[in-house]
Design a protein around this ligand. Structure first.
Ligand SMILES: NC(=O)c1ccc[n+]([C@@H]2O[C@H](COP(=O)([O-])OP(=O)(O)OC[C@H]3O[C@@H](n4cnc5c(N)ncnc54)[C@H](O)[C@@H]3O)[C@@H](O)[C@H]2O)c1
Ligand SMILES: [Zn+2]
Length: 412
């Protein structure tokens, strides 16, 4: 369990004690109070969230202050700007799901919670005063179907949902993609709030407004751009995430190192997620509809999509992206865009997140090349997203030998 030790500082012990208990209620966590156990914290009360005090030094000091100031110290709020007038908050941190009522549009009466059984997050206690219904969809990519979206819309209509009501999607990318899509078309669009509960969802899927469903003919073939009213990235949710899903998120996270993330690996989790949100938000602000710059978010994805669509073995999206980053570096190096130190840095980062830097066995180079040209980004030749002197950008390549040589470099 990830413990978030917090130092509550303030004028007197009664105030500190009260502040710690208020914060505990707001975050939905147990707070233990104690004045000892942390070196250098004499005369201060330590509020160690969760059920065991941590031996680690507190990462944050919170002044006993009004609740919004205390929450602002524990949570990071990033703003996503879209167009000239709209912007919405992404609140990252432990217990941020408890701020749901705060971010609902003011006229909200009915709240349609769309979620999956495995997510296991109940928000009924923070939505008192609203008419709440929970719609549980099936698990996995199969749930992202038009039929499931249409069925949800029917249930919303039978319930009498109007444009004043809101969809709250609680889950990973499957739930937020589907929930966002239904919200975007029901009554020609009603508000949606995402509560992202997977690492991949928090740093990617829930941010930026792309949503949709799969068709039998392919993934994400039907969808829309529909920006949420707010996104809550509750880092507590990650504690129940299956190990494989967390790893997949880490693979996607590795990508942000090369999109301006800097020392992401040295940051505490909350700062790390917030930094990725910031990068994605900035890219989306510059290019909401994927005319150009948004394509850099596909760094590592050309190979990733090929590996995923090969379908001969199971690979999670983020794992494929991580391997794809190394491949993009090998290709960029062969084009003289980056030097070998930078290739080594790609390998280091990918390994740091426990991901594979070699191609999986069972798929040969010719198969991969064939799959590249089927990638939906292949508008005209094979488009790669590559690092270079001007940073990460799209590059068209039709040199099969170069692409094959770079694949060979990943077979060792
Ligand atoms: N819209 C975008 O910009 C965008 C970007 C990237 C990916 N996506 C989409 O996201 C989807 C993948 O999302 P994902 O990786 O989050 O997978 P997912 O949504 O399938 O979630 C993975 C699994 O974890 C479970 N789960 C979720 N939260 C949990 C929690 N807190 N505790 C325990 N279990 C939990 C889910 O029920 C599911 O079984 C794909 O459909 C992809 O197309 C969309
Ligand atoms: Zn991705």
């Amino acid at each position: 369990m990830d413990i978030l030790p917090i130092l509550i500082d303030g004028v007197d012990s009664a105030t500190r004690r009260q502040a710690a208990s208020d914060l505990a209620a707001a975050l939905g966590r147990t707070v233990l109070l104690g004045a000892s156990g942390y070196p250098g914290t004499d005369n201060r009360w330590v509020a160690a969230l969760d059920d065991a005090p941590s031996s680690r030094a507190p990462r944050q000091t919170v002044l006993a202050a009004p609740m919004d100031e205390m929450l602002a110290a524990v949570h990071r709020t990033e703003l996503v700007e879209v167009g000239d007038v709209r912007s919405y908050p992404v609140i990252v941190g432990p217990g941020s799901r408890r701020r749901l009522a705060e971010v609902l549009p003011t006229k909200t009466q009915r709240v349609a919670v769309v979620t999956q059984a495995g997510v296991g997050i109940d928000v009924s206690d923070v939505l008192t005063g609203f008419d709440v219904r929970v719609f549980t969809i099936e698990d996995g990519e199969r749930a992202k179907r038009f039929e499931v979206a249409a069925d949800l819309a029917s249930q919303f209509a039978q319930w009498g949902m109007t444009r004043n009501d809101v969809v709250v999607a609680i889950g990973g990318g499957v739930v937020t993609d589907l929930g966002g899509f239904v919200a975007s078309v029901y009554h020609r669009g009603i508000p949606v709030v995402h509560v992202a509960t997977t690492l991949l969802g928090q740093i990617d899927a829930a941010i930026g407004g792309k949503c949709g469903v799969n068709l039998p003919e392919g993934k994400n073939l039907m969808g829309s751009f529909w920006q949420p009213s707010a996104v809550l990235c509750d880092t507590d949710a990650l504690q129940t995430l299956p190990e494989r899903e967390y790893r997949s998120g880490l693979g996607e996270l590795a990508k942000y190192h090369f999109l301006g993330g800097g020392e992401l690996d040295a940051m505490p989790l909350v700062d790390r997620v917030a930094a990725c949100v910031r990068i994605k938000a900035d890219v989306v602000a510059a290019d909401e509809r994927e005319g150009g710059r948004r394509a850099i978010l596909n760094y590592g994805h050309t190979l990733a999509h090929a590996l995923e669509s090969a379908g001969t073995y199971e690979i999670r999206h983020g794992e494929a992206v991580a391997t794809g980053l190394v491949y993009a570096a090998e290709v960029a190096h062969r084009l003289g865009r980056i030097d070998s130190t930078e290739v080594a840095e790609h390998r280091r980062v990918v390994e740091h997140y426990g991901q594979s830097t070699t191609l999986p066995a069972g798929i040969d180079n010719d198969q991969i090349l064939e799959l590249f040209s089927r990638d939906k980004k292949a508008l005209d030749g094979i488009t790669f997203v590559l690092d270079g002197p001007r940073g990460v950008e799209t590059v068209r390549i039709d040199d099969r030998k170069l692409l094959t040589d770079a694949l060979k470099a990943m077979r060792t």
